[in-house]
Every structure is written in structure tokens, then in C-alpha cells.
Design a protein around this ligand. Structure first.
Ligand code: MN
Length: 260
């Protein structure tokens, strides 16, 4: 096992989840970092659940199955979404309340507009909704064989930050890092961006058309403090995000100036 943090205590219960599924190399890499800080509980989807956003399962039963991740970690695999995993873990599966929720390490970027589609970020956001400090961690590289050491180091630094400073209620930290060793880690804003969607049209063996989503991410602003622009320089980013979707500026303006 790796060296423990000076903040390690076995009384700290750390829930680790993700959206790539409990079999993913990324969740094992994050569980390793979590074990430096406390007792690890892995509760994650039993299959790939990327880009499910904050979906929850309301029409089907949820089942938890024990899963041996490796010699060091076991966990519970859930036939549900990332948000289901965090809710069920907190409500029923963990004997003690989680003190920290970690989600990832996702195989693929969750910077810019990806945040809104991401199951990885939603697992962390669910932790925040439940009042638990929560961090999402993603690697820019999709490959399951990517070197996650820099992402692990970024996670280590951000966890340390949270343990030293706490997090305001309602704030989740979203970490993105390139594959390979960590160079720099900077605070960043979510880049205003969108996918230019393209659908590849194909035909199945029964001669029926089907479509496969592809797309290119377009960055809409050039500010240097945006996650996507910082990541282009080879540095890693951490973005404080919130699930309060109210546009406070617009609300103030219309509530003052416009009667309905
Ligand atoms: Mn994913």
C-alpha cells in the first residue's frame, strides 16, 4: 500500500464512486489515493454509465453485489447510475456516514460543457447535495491504459486542500488532469463551450438506419482562466461548481424591473 497522508485516520469514511463502472482502472487508482486519507468504501455502477448526467433509477429495483476490485479493495456494484450509487451508499450501504465523496478517476475529460453530461461529476454533486464534501476527478485521456499518476497527485492535493480548508455547502470540486506526471494544478472556471454534434448514419443488418453520436467540442471564450484553455497548456485544473442553477444576476434584474 502507498504511504499514508499525515491526515490519515481510519475513522474518516471515504465513499468512492464513478461512472465508468466498478471494473474501471480509474476507480482503483482513486481508491488508492483515498486509502491514504481514510477507510475506503467503493460503491459504483456495475456497468459503463458515462454521460448519464444526474439520472436516478425510479422504475426498477436497485441491487448491490459485492465485487472484489483487487487484493486491497472490495466494493459494491450497483445496477444503477452514479447518483443512485451515492444515494444508496449514504442511505443504506455504509454503516457510518461518508465524510468525503470521491468520484472517478474518469477516463475522459469533464471540463467545459462536459460537466453537464457527466455521470462522474453527478456522483460528486450528489455527495454535495447530501451535505458531504465531494470531489470529481477526470483524466483527459480516454484510454483505460492511460498513466493516471498525475491525476492521482492532483486528487491528493485537492483532498488535502478540502481537509485543511473545508468546502462551503453547495460547492463541488471538479478536477481534470492530463495523463502522465502532474505539471501544474490551477484553479479554473468552467469554459463556455458546446459540442458541434455530428451523427454518423449507418445501416444495421436488417437494413434499418441508425445513428451514432460523434461531436467536436467548441470553446466559445478565450479567457486564460477557463478549464479547457488551461488544460491545453498541459496543466491540470480544479473548478468549484454548484448545482444551484438559478441565474442570480438575471433574477435580480427581472425581479426588480419586470412585473408579470
Ligand atoms: Mn465516464
Amino acid at each position: 500500500m502507498t504511504k499514508k497522508s499525515k491526515y490519515f485516520t481510519k475513522d474518516r469514511n471515504i465513499l468512492v464512486s464513478n461512472d465508468d463502472g466498478i471494473f474501471s482502472p480509474g476507480i482503483k487508482a482513486l481508491a488508492e489515493v483515498a486509502a491514504e486519507f481514510g477507510t475506503v468504501h467503493v460503491v459504483a455502477p456495475d456497468r459503463q454509465q458515462s454521460a448519464v448526467g444526474h439520472a436516478i433509477t425510479v422504475s426498477d429495483p436497485l441491487r448491490a453485489t459485492s465485487f472484489q476490485i483487487d487484493d486491497n479493495f472490495e466494493g459494491q456494484a450497483i445496477n444503477g447510475t452514479p447518483a443512485d450509487c451515492v444515494k444508496l451508499a449514504q442511505s443504506k450501504l455504509m454503516k457510518q456516514q461518508p465524510d468525503l465523496v470521491l468520484s472517478g478517476i474518469n477516463h475522459g475529460s469533464n471540463a467545459g460543457i462536459n460537466i453537464i453530461y457527466s455521470g462522474t461529476v453527478s456522483a460528486a454533486t450528489e455527495g454535495t447535495i447530501l451535505g458531504i464534501p465531494s470531489i470529481a476527478v477526470s483524466c483527459l485521456e480516454f484510454s483505460e491504459s492511460a498513466d493516471l499518476s498525475g491525476c492521482q497527485e492532483a486528487a491528493r492535493r485537492v483532498i488535502t486542500f478540502v481537509l485543511e480548508n473545508g468546502l462551503p455547502r453547495g460547492i463541488t470540486l471538479n478536477v481534470n488532469a492530463p495523463a502522465g506526471p502532474l505539471k501544474d494544478l490551477f484553479w479554473a472556471k468552467q469554459a463556455n463551450s458546446r459540442y458541434i454534434e455530428e451523427f454518423e448514419a449507418r445501416v444495421d443488418p436488417h437494413n434499418r438506419p441508425y445513428f451514432w453520436i460523434t461531436g467536436k467540442l467548441e470553446i466559445l471564450d478565450n479567457d486564460e482562466d477557463l478549464d479547457l484553455n488551461i488544460l491545453k497548456t498541459g496543466a491540470a485544473t480544479v473548478t468549484p461548481i454548484q448545482y444551484d442553477l438559478t441565474s442570480h444576476d438575471f433574477y435580480q434584474k427581472v425581479n426588480r424591473e419586470q412585473t408579470l
